[in-house]
Design a binder for this molecule. Sequence first.
Ligand code: SF4
Length: 279
Amino acid sequence: MDYLATKYLRPRKTPSTACSGCGLGQVHKKLLKAVDELGLELDDVVWGTGIGCAGRQTFATWKGDNYAGTHGRVYALSAGLRIALPQDKRIICTVGDGDAFGIGLLNLLHCARRNVYMTVVVADNLGYMSTGGQYGWTTPLGVKTDSSPYGTFEPNFMQEGQDVMNLLKGAGATFLARHTSLQGQEVVESMKKAVMNKGFSLVHVIYPCVTNFSDRALGTRKPLAMYNWIKSRTYNLNDKVPEGEMTFRTGIYWDASNTRQEFSDKLFEYTKEQQRRAR
Ligand code: SF4
């Protein structure tokens, strides 16, 4: 078995229950590689997760301590854990796009506002795929899904001027990056930077869902068709993109790592000060 799989996955949970050809494993493998390359041991990390395809692949599947907060609640739980856990313990959440940018968005924004020391990896299959393939918050304009048989018409959170990255930056996040699972070491490097930021970090990774997204949007479940569809729309942030075309712009959106005091640090400092004054 693969070195990372042996080191990080519980044997009774392998092979994965994800559909054959799904790109989710590419996202998770990159995160485990980042953790491994940083020299972190399982005891140094606590894994949090939410619901959907992304959630069920990590909860009680990865070795070490796990917790789950379904339907967008994992961020609030993480803020609480941040206070309870030793300050050098990494909190890493692996969640999906519906969890992070839909039902959990408010909780997510407040973690960014507080600059809670946690890393959120959003594995994005471009809609609600674990429930059969409905459109969601990042489904590109015009794409056919189960709930948009004539193509989506609503603005989405990756659109120019309405990017969720801008929302998170405005809320106070200190590290933000976007990639696709088809990219290589650059994704691992962004994840390493995210984990090393003592503050709120988020890495958004778009990945291919061959079973539901590809079936409705492209009319095929052939992995190669879906992989090429994503690849042909992927550009670096500095690249000139074709006008009017739907693209995935990748790179580091915002890096203010370690420039702003982290939430639990601030809380402990404040509490100490109040105790000193009360004496
Ligand atoms: S439904 Fe899509 S995203 Fe979910 S496991 Fe299957 S291929 Fe992957």
